[in-house]
Design a binder for this molecule. Structure first.
Ligand SMILES: Cc1cc2nc3c(=O)[nH]c(=O)nc-3n(C[C@H](O)[C@H](O)[C@H](O)COP(=O)(O)OP(=O)(O)OC[C@H]3O[C@@H](n4cnc5c(N)ncnc54)[C@H](O)[C@@H]3O)c2cc1C
Length: 499
């Protein structure tokens, strides 16, 4: 059986986990190939804010946070229980190690940035423990910058990077990891080349099929090619839908499928990293968070949750209530009183009908086909709560996370802003996701398991290609990326040790 190419490590995908694994391998002296299906590197990770939830590292120490691995353990245990204890411990152990390893490279530096953890539980930090990469001037990456997926607001309409802006957020993370990977002298990148199959010899994965070629992976294959966000058949009954996901189109569960074909086990296909989505004029959805005003109603014209909840919990609360509408007024000056990524201009929304505008609430209800009495009563009740400063129905504004985004609003409760200044607006809301979180079953060293629970030699997985150890929880900002990075790091350590 001939090979067209030989590497030590082959990585499928180029999100945060893939790039971390690839860099750790290449910087450890292993000849490493990154295979990316689309023409751009970074996947959903490039769209992200690149908040990274890796606790107990030198970054929190530099920021003098009152935090520790033990504190983070208390928090995770309070949320997740001990069901996935081994993975939780593997994650906590890897967190300081991967950060220390990455920051040894002059191209990589992280900085703590305030963003509250998502649950009121022991061990929570009200201003959070997650950190971000420093922005990366485009010139530092040179021509390779064109390989990094632009932010979602420029990528969806097919625009490249803004040449006058440094790469920020997820682009900075992918860009910095790419820079270090290329500088290592051991790294090769192939874009426009999808992994299509895994090659097994004597019970061990020894290579991959990609782009019509057979590529040997002497030490191992790392599958970190995202989830199955854009494949409705694979999504099955998963709430939301491919139409509303934030993941770019290449994420169709290919790596999960390839592993399943050689006997890998899967789990947790009922979970995603959910979020509210505001429907855009182009028919896609914008990740919507940080509500600083307005109230949301379902088809009954009534509120059904605390609109200021962290976005994954908000998404879960929206399940069964969508499509819904965010009702707001002229106080937000024609803008959505929230952060919407990518978002769109009010005029475009109004023309497309994704927003509706009216001079009175009954008129608005008529345009939305909602019961006018119910909508009017809901808004009046909400305005009463705003006056008192207490949301008697859903406790909006009682948690540090709620208040973080409403800072700067007036009134007895900054999260409760009256809706009483016409014209009134309604923005159509759906259930979106930032990625699926069911997939391949892995052990603590990120080895892919078969149906009997045994590791498949030579095969590893990380990120949304795997069933996340966080189950139905999204503990804090940066868990998807942080856990992807930690488990990709562990995968490569295992490849090194098992040589
Ligand atoms: C606007 C936004 C902000 C966010 N902010 C944060 C944040 O701050 N912190 C955080 O932790 N999370 C954040 N998220 C969520 C997070 O970005 C994703 O859940 C996570 O990055 C997914 O990482 P991944 O590596 O599993 O997949 P991805 O980053 O999606 O990468 C998968 C890659 O694999 C490629 N691929 C697919 N199939 C193949 C194949 N057959 N062969 C080769 N390549 C293939 C895809 O094309 C893609 O490039 C955010 C998401 C969005 C949309």
């Amino acid at each position: 059986m001939g090979w067209d190419d030989t590497f030590d490590v082959v990585v499928a995908g180029s999100g945060a986990g893939a790039m971390t694994g690839a860099l750790v391998a290449a910087a450890s002296g292993l000849r490493t190939l990154i295979l990316e299906k689309t023409d751009l590197l970074g996947g959903t990770s490039a769209y992200s804010g690149a908040s990274i939830w890796l606790p107990g590292t030198q970054v929190q120490e530099r920021a003098r946070l009152d935090d520790s691995t033990e504190n983070a353990r208390t928090y995770l245990r309070a949320l997740l229980g001990d069901e996935n204890e081994a993975h939780r411990e593997a994650f906590l152990e890897a967190a300081p190690q991967v950060v220390e390893f990455l920051e040894r490279d002059p191209a990589i530096e992280f900085k703590w940035s305030p963003f509250p953890d998502y649950y009121a539980a022991p061990g929570r930090l009200d201003l959070g423990r997650s950190f971000m990469p420093l922005d990366l001037p485009i010139a530092e990456l040179g021509e390779s910058a064109a390989l990094v997926r632009p932010p979602v607001e420029r990528d969806r309409p097919g625009l490249g990077h803004d040449p006058d802006q440094p790469l920020g957020g997820g682009r900075a993370l992918i860009g910095r990891l790419l820079l270090a990977f290329l500088n290592s002298g051991n790294g090769t990148v192939r874009t426009g080349t999808a992994l299509t199959g895994l090659i097994v010899e004597g019970g061990r994965v020894t290579g991959v099929e990609a782009g019509g070629t057979r590529i040997r992976a002497a030490r191992g294959v790392l599958l970190a090619a995202g989830g199955y966000e854009n494949d409705d058949a694979m999504r099955g009954d998963l709430p939301g839908g491919a139409a509303w996901t934030m993941a770019p189109g290449g994420n169709t569960g290919d790596a999960i499928g390839a592993a399943v074909r050689i006997g890998a086990a899967t789990a947790q296909f009922d979970q995603a990293w959910w979020c509210p989505g505001s429907v855009d004029p182009d028919g896609r959805a914008s990740f919507t968070l940080g509500f600083r005003g307005g109230l949301m109603v379902d088809g009954t014209g009534r509120r059904f949750f605390n609109e200021s909840l962290p976005y994954d919990q908000a998404g879960r609360a929206m399940n069964g209530h969508v499509p819904a509408h965010l009702i707001f007024d002229s106080r937000s000056k024609g803008r959505l009183p929230a952060i919407a990524l990518p978002g769109a201009a009010a005029a475009d929304h109004l023309e497309a009908g994704t927003w509706v505008k009216a001079g009175t609430l009954p008129e608005l209800a008529g345009k939305l086909n909602l019961p006018a009495d119910a909508l009017t009563a809901t808004v009046e009740r909400f305005n009463g709560f705003a006056e008192k400063g207490v949301d008697e129905d859903f406790h909006r504004g009682e948690d540090p996370y709620d208040l973080f985004f409403a800072a700067g609003n007036d009134g007895p409760n900054p999260c409760l802003v009256p809706v009483d200044r016409p014209p009134y607006y309604a923005a159509r809301m759906v259930l979106s996701d930032l990625g699926t979180k069911g997939g391949l079953r892995t052990d603590t060293e990120s080895r892919v398991l078969d149906a009997s629970g045994a590791a498949i030699p030579g095969l590893y997985a990380a990120g949304n290609t795997t069933a996340s150890f966080t189950g139905p929880f999204y503990p804090g900002p940066g868990i998807p990326i942080g856990s992807g990075m930690a488990f990709a790091y562990r995968a490569v350590q295992d490849m090194k040790e098992s040589a």
